[in-house]
Write a protein that binds this ligand. Structure first.
Ligand SMILES: *[C@@H]1O[C@H](CO)[C@@H](O)[C@H](O)[C@H]1NC(C)=O
Ligand SMILES: *[C@@H]1O[C@H](CO)[C@@H](O)[C@H](O)[C@H]1NC(C)=O
Ligand SMILES: *[C@@H]1O[C@H](CO)[C@@H](O)[C@H](O)[C@H]1NC(C)=O
Ligand SMILES: *[C@@H]1O[C@H](CO)[C@@H](O)[C@H](O)[C@H]1NC(C)=O
Ligand SMILES: *[C@@H]1O[C@H](CO)[C@@H](O)[C@H](O)[C@H]1NC(C)=O
Ligand SMILES: *[C@@H]1O[C@H](CO)[C@@H](O)[C@H](O)[C@H]1NC(C)=O
Length: 372
């Protein structure tokens, strides 16, 4: 039924800052970017600098190495007692994931202190919704967000993972249905004929109560949990098509958002899915001046230690797509190259190690030149 993805908010981002100062050359994997504007942004436009950071699609960029490496996963518990680890405008991010854990891609955040500090993601009629992204990527692992959703028709709260080639795993909370959460996943943005969406019912008031929502993303399976109880598990092997595993398998950012699905510009099906048109005269909106979702904590447990059993080299900085990466086989490798846009050229001084093809360690290429 639900045939849109949380990237509907991403689509709305296109109209914002990104295009203002840039000549908009569009890009996709068949028409990649020119050398003069090598990086294909999340939104499908060529550019440099921040176009080469989070969301940069290596398979639609000039070269598979045009994008900066994806900053490596770091197991951590992110509490939102204040917003000091969040860069309030992603445009100013330079790729240093030690400096910030999150960037605001769009919209506005606040910190409330109703229970020791929590992040509020705001939706107003003017801002068109808010999305934050983690500065680091996860390539398999367990992510738990402790959050309170909105409770208003047409307003969607989302906690997802999204890769640069649009592998996506979702927890979404549409509209006024405050006892339900929806789980979903996408492989390279492909919406299968039979949608993978599923609804988890009987969650106690998701607006009033904090719950722990978990995405446990493993190479061979995916489990969604609420408060530690698994509510849905799928196996990667059940999503084979012509020998290709149509299962999320590329490094992904964690994204949290509140976005307007119940507005005129959205398709009718989306509006219905989200519980109808947004009522901007809602007393909650009138009194607060915004709709919102609250995030108390995000816990990230990276798989790196499991996969490499502690043998990952200490100077590993990030993930890159392999030299022969294609949409059919997006091999992912570790690198020690700079993740910064003003850092050294990704072509220089970089070493790939631990090539993972579709999530499985195919070879450990420590010290092997593999034409990055
Ligand atoms: C890729 O972009 C080119 C140029 O904009 C366009 O003509 C083509 O239809 C696009 N291909 C796909 C698959 O979207
Ligand atoms: C982020 O900064 C850019 C560049 O100054 C500006 O155009 C844009 O409006 C800012 N975005 C937000 C959400 O404040
Ligand atoms: C990244 O940020 C950290 C923390 O602010 C800082 O110590 C470090 O020098 C920065 N790295 C670079 C390469 O600028
Ligand atoms: C990981 O390392 C530990 C300690 O060296 C060893 O006992 C264990 O068997 C290793 N596990 C795997 C899966 O290699
Ligand atoms: C890439 O493809 C070439 C040609 O098929 C092959 O020789 C090379 O080993 C491949 N490299 C990697 C890293 O898989
Ligand atoms: C990456 O590792 C290689 C091999 O150890 C080394 O020569 C190179 O200087 C390192 N690059 C960076 C940016 O640290």
């Amino acid at each position: 039924m639900h045939s849109i993805t949380a990237s509907a908010l991403a689509a709305a981002l296109i109209s914002s800052t990104y295009l203002l100062s840039v000549q908009a050359t569009s890009c996709n994997s068949t028409t990649p970017c020119p050398a003069s504007a090598p990086c294909c942004s999340e939104f499908g436009f060529c550019g440099s600098d921040d176009f080469c950071l989070g969301g940069c699609n290596p398979l639609a960029s000039h070269d598979v190495n045009s994008c900066r490496p994806n900053p490596i996963c770091d197991s951590a518990t992110h509490a939102f007692t204040d917003n000091s680890r969040i860069l309030s405008n992603a445009t100013f991010f330079d790729g240093n994931a030690t400096e910030y854990d999150w960037v605001v891609d769009k919209g506005n955040i606040m910190n409330t202190d109703s229970s020791g500090g929590e992040l509020a993601l705001l939706l107003t009629e003017e801002n068109g919704g808010t999305r934050i992204s983690s500065t680091r990527y996860v390539h398999y692992g367990k992510i738990t967000a402790t959050l309170k959703t909105g409770r208003w028709g047409g307003v969607v709260t989302a906690f997802i993972t999204m890769s640069d080639i649009k592998d996506e795993i979702d927890w979404e909370f549409p509209g006024a249905a405050t006892t339900e959460g929806q789980t979903n996943f996408f492989w390279q943005g492909v919406i299968p004929q039979q949608t993978q969406g599923d609804t988890t019912k009987d969650i106690s008031d998701t607006f009033a109560n904090y719950h722990d929502y978990t995405i446990d993303w493993q190479p061979d399976s995916l489990t969604w949990s609420v408060d530690g109880n698994a509510v849905r598990t799928i196996k990667a092997s059940d999503f084979q098509s012509n020998g290709i595993n149509q299962f999320p398998n590329t490094p992904s950012r964690i994204q949290l958002s509140v976005w307007p699905a119940g507005i005129d510009s959205m398709p009718q099906g989306t509006v219905q899915w989200a519980g109808g048109m947004i009522n901007w005269d809602d007393p909650d909106y009138k009194s607060a001046g915004h709709f919102y979702a609250l995030v108390k904590q995000v816990k990230v447990e990276c798989n790196e230690a499991n996969i490499l059993n502690g043998t990952m080299q200490a100077d590993t900085t990030g993930y890159v797509y392999g030299a022969n990466a294609s949409s059919q086989q997006p091999g992912v490798a570790y690198t020690n190259g700079s993740t910064l846009i003003n850092g050294a050229s990704p072509m220089m001084g970089m070493q790939a190690r631990g090539l993972k093809v579709a999530g499985v360690i195919a070879a450990t290429l420590i010290g092997t030149a593999f034409a990055l």
